[in-house]
Design a protein around this ligand. Structure first.
Ligand SMILES: [Fe+2]
Length: 355
């Protein structure tokens, strides 16, 4: 029979054990998981995250957010469980930095995998895939196979150009890149001439450019390449497949890019990318996840899922994407483009481009 003293001792032992378990448990969890906040579709990422877990033993807890990712992490403050923040569009990447929810990372692996122009100079974010801003032209009515963005403003295209709104982030970034290359006054002239060439009010989405070319409403327009991939693959249904088949994808360059930019020219790309959260409880694991996503195999799968381009050079392209031709990325650093976004947006507004 146990004495009250030994019973009290056992109770004390149980209490101590419980405390130790509480102290150890989070430490163990810290070593084996990473929390990802993402605006990218779950289906796009899950196979890669599973493969990361299989390789490293690190479990990925994912929070998918359609909007308001930056606001949420900011609101969570120092107690935020977020480790990796994954968003689309350079505007959203710089928004994370502006809100102070990222931390600079240094990784020789990432530096080697992703070109410097596609990374934040201060190490706050890194691009994971590229979204090339293309020109779609009618296969039936247009014979051109090479164009500059500036060509769309040529009087030859009067009443024949379609685009989504000038304030959409895809166009904001393109116009910002143009300001970075040619300056604000020249970009204002460009936008005026482009507006004069429009077949309809800037509205809808990029797919609608192909739809309207198919319908004969316009002959050329701006669209990201992955929409052509999505349409041609049949993923959007037979109607969209016909829209996709009606257009030729041209990977444009900027006019006189060499003379004015002194950096050469190429196709404007926007990105999807990621950052490590400022208060990341699993910082090391967060970095491992980013480094994994930059490996050639992960880059191929990540890019293929949405018909995008890998951010890493030398990775095989999805066959439909490869069919668009060789992508020469415009060398203007994304950070430079991001810095001109506000100016581009104000310009679109001032010129009444969307009216
Ligand atoms: Fe899109």
């Amino acid at each position: 029979m146990r004495s009250p003293v030994s019973r009290a001792f056992v109770a004390l032992l149980v209490m101590v054990a419980a405390c130790v378990a509480q102290i150890i448990a989070p430490a163990v969890a810290r070593a084996a998981e990473v929390n990802l906040y993402s605006t990218r579709e779950p289906g796009l990422l899950q196979p890669l995250l599973d493969s990361f877990t299989a390789k490293t033993g690190i479990k990925v807890n994912t929070v998918f957010l359609n909007t308001g990712l930056a606001e949420r992490v900011a609101a969570e403050g120092a107690s935020s469980p977020a480790d990796v923040l994954m968003v689309v569009d350079i505007g959203n990447l710089v928004e994370l930095v502006k809100r102070g929810v990222t931390q600079p990372i240094r990784s020789a692996t990432l530096d080697e995998a992703i070109p410097a122009s596609l990374r934040d100079p201060d190490g706050n974010w890194v691009a994971l895939s590229l979204r090339a801003r293309a020109i779609f032209v009618s296969k039936e009515r247009v014979s051109d196979t090479a164009m500059t963005y500036e060509d769309l403003a040529d009087p030859r295209w009067r009443g024949k150009v379609c685009t989504r709104g000038g304030q959409h982030p895809y166009n904001t970034a393109l116009f910002a890149a143009m300001i970075a290359k040619h300056g604000e006054p020249a970009t204002a002239e460009y936008l005026k001439a482009l507006k004069a060439n429009l077949a309809r009010r800037p509205a809808g989405g990029d797919r609608d450019v192909a739809r309207d070319i198919f319908a004969g409403i316009c002959d050329a327009g701006l669209s990201n390449t992955y929409y052509a991939g999505l349409m041609l693959s049949g993923a959007g249904g037979p109607e969209q497949k016909r829209w996709g088949e009606a257009v030729r994808v041209i990977l444009p360059t900027f006019k006189n890019g060499k003379a004015t930019g002194a950096q050469g020219t190429g196709t404007h790309v926007n990105v999807s990318g990621a950052a490590v959260a400022r208060h990341a409880p699993h910082r090391a694991e967060a970095l491992r996840l980013l480094e994994f996503l930059a490996t050639p195999e992960a880059q191929r799968i990540y890019a293929e899922a949405n018909f995008e381009y890998p951010a890493r050079a030398g990775v095989a392209l999805q066959p439909i994407v490869a069919g668009f031709g060789t992508l020469e990325i415009d060398p203007t650093p994304l950070a430079t483009i991001a810095a001109k976004r506000e100016e581009a947006s104000l310009l679109v507004d001032r010129l009444g481009f969307d009216r």
